[in-house]
Write a protein that binds this ligand. Structure first.
Ligand SMILES: [Zn+2]
Length: 332
């Protein structure tokens, strides 16, 4: 028996269900919103204003795909795994923070770059990339989203006299010791940061912040009198900049600090413009290792407070797990 219902289709989805030998068609009307791919670029440009900043890669539609976009996969970097996920989701577009065609990279399309672009074009997937404009957006941006999670109230740009400063600074609502803030960062990002003690013993209140690979802006943070500075990566020179200028440094992971901007942008597209978006986090490095280290920390603490024998067993099991090859370790 077929139950059919006429649906004034703008867009509808049909679900078929087999019940005791009968096929029943359940018609569910879902208003599926689709948008022209260039209109979507115009919408994103109007929100993120890429013309405000000089960037290292083109912002906007980087690889053209099919004309209409309904489903979007968002992620930090347009790597092959993210493209594979987008194909799985039958997405019409990928929206990322790290797209392609970076300044200074080889211009030819070959090897890894060819494989990625070939997959996008063969599957009709549009690729949108927004780099610095997504770092600095006052609410959806990487800096703003991370600051909110870490309890830092942004006061302004760290670059003096620059209305579109890339790094920002703010205050912790409750000043913290170095180890308290370290724990806070580890918990929020699910991975322990690499911390360089700047030597000062007062509680951390003012924090400079710039997600990703902005470790060299530590000198600016020191010049502006920050108690601490947080970014994603660390270089050899960063350690000495922190120690010699008395500013605590937190290298919290390039990927880990830049997950939240593109996620928020996808949610904004879904909430305000009715598009279907899926945020896909491709670990870099694997979060599991950080979680294991956190567990290890807790068990060691418990061992100090009693339960010594069982804690020793747990610790040795965890150490074995941490050192297995599947758990990779990296900084950025
Ligand atoms: Zn980045």
């Amino acid at each position: 028996m077929w139950l059919k219902k006429a649906v004034s289709i703008n867009a509808s989805r049909f679900f078929y269900l087999c019940l005791s030998g009968y096929t029943v068609a359940i018609v569910s009307q879902v208003n599926v919103i689709a948008m022209n791919n260039f209109q979507l670029e115009a919408l994103l440009n109007a929100e993120l204003k890429p013309e405000q900043v000089k960037d290292y890669s083109p912002n906007g539609l980087q690889v053209q795909g099919r004309d209409n976009v309904q489903t979007i996969v968002t992620g930090v970097t347009a790597c092959q795994d993210l493209i594979d996920k987008a194909i799985e989701y039958q997405a019409d577009a990928i929206l990322v923070h790290h797209g392609y065609f970076w300044r200074g990279e080889p211009q030819s399309i070959r090897g890894m770059k060819y494989q990625r672009i070939k997959m996008l074009i063969e599957n009709g997937i549009n690729l949108y990339g927004y780099h610095l404009p997504l770092d600095i957006h006052p609410t959806l941006g990487n800096n703003a989203q991370l600051a909110k999670r870490l309890g830092i109230e942004i006061i302004g740009g760290l670059e003096p006299n620059n209305p579109v400063s890339i790094p920002v600074y703010g205050k912790l609502s409750t000043p913290m010791t170095l180890s308290q803030f370290e724990q806070q960062v580890a918990t929020i990002l699910s991975r322990p940061p690499l911390v360089i003690d700047g030597g000062q013993t007062t509680r951390i209140e003012t924090v400079g912040l710039c997600t990703g690979g902005a470790q060299d802006l530590i000198d600016l943070a020191a010049a502006q009198g920050m108690d601490a500075y947080l970014s994603g990566e660390i270089s050899e020179r960063t350690t000495f900049s922190a120690r010699e200028q008395g500013v605590h440094y937190f290298a919290a992971g390039h990927h880990a600090t830049e997950r939240y901007g593109v996620k928020a942008l996808g949610e904004w597209l879904a909430d305000h413009h009715g598009l279907t978006t899926h945020f896909v986090d491709i670990d870099n490095p694997r979060i599991k290792k950080a979680i294991l280290h956190k567990k290890l920390f807790r068990i060691k603490k418990a061992a100090h407070q009693g339960g010594f024998v069982s804690s020793i067993v747990k610790v040795s099991r965890l150490i074995a797990l941490i050192h297995r090859r599947e758990f990779t370790l990296g900084i950025a």
